[in-house]
Design a protein around this ligand. Sequence first.
Ligand code: F6P
Length: 359
Amino acid sequence: MKIAISTGGGDAPGLNAVIRAAVLSAHDRGWESVGIRRGFHGLFEGDGVIPLGPDEVSGITHLGGTILGTTNRGNPLRWPKLQPDGRVVEIDRSEELVAEFGRLGIDALISIGGDGSMAIAGALHRRGLNVVGVPKTIDNDVVGTDTTFGFDTAVSTATDALDKLHTTAESHDRVMVVELMGREAGWIALHSGISGTADVILIPEIPFSIDRVCDKIRERERRGSHFSIVVVAEGARSSDGEAVLLERRGVGTNARYGGIAELVAHGIAQRTGKETRSLVLGHLQRGGSPTTFDRLLALRFGSAAVRAIADGDFGTMMAFVPPVITRIPIADVVGKMKTVPLDSGIILTARHLGISFGD
Ligand code: F6P
């Protein structure tokens, strides 16, 4: 038995732990493992498939990033191809990929990634490849799994940043507006905002009014708190506005967010006269060592993926439904996004703590 492992999409802390668990679990069964470099690009590039054994995965559980490299460009289902007339058209290279897996004698693939990677995994499975998926993303927006690995680490990094911002905000009587990642889901902003004692949390699921945000800041002023911490998810938008994008790439919702914090900070400064600063925490949220929670979840996912292959349960994604790791059809995940339910206990908790959502 020979299995391949690929890591696709944006990196997330815990990827290496999945790789290690999968390789060691496969080795334990006497199977061979290979890794595909840079998502699936390695299969197109000749030198991009590397052997993985106990030596190659030694000492990597605590390392951020991925030893295989990754990419969130060049989806094999919509591969950009330059035409002789200078136009770029998107072509489907999945048949080519399946043929390459056959040529390399690969019996099964573990595809570790987010929604985009699951769509690719699903397509490869429909074309006859034996695939299992492992959900990864700091955004925590994959449906069917309570949590993706990488999320806990990102939340912990963001909470740490909020703790640090409190002291400088308070010293200067300033409003600090922090932009956090998450695309169309507010999970990182919500979890870190509550844990890091933010005064305002703006998430894509709850359109905000800048006037309501300023009401909260003024209310704090009246109570003698002359500083405020505003957490804004990168995909948040005002009730009469749109998400702020740096770049729209590809098609559909495949966009690059950025800039909402600056906009919110400007609105606050104008309306309240308060000295206001904004910052974007950005890719710091994707870096560093995975937390204990993420390491354990990632190791469990990697090992569960090999068990799924042994059971011949292909076309499934590993899912964490506490306390167990279970399997769900990849088809149930593709094209969907897990956003924050507005009636969830965590939203109610925030409201009871006096946190404003700007609504
Ligand atoms: O999906 C993970 C994520 O970090 C998002 O939170 C963010 O919008 C995006 O990736 C950033 O992508 P890039 O690394 O291409 O800037």
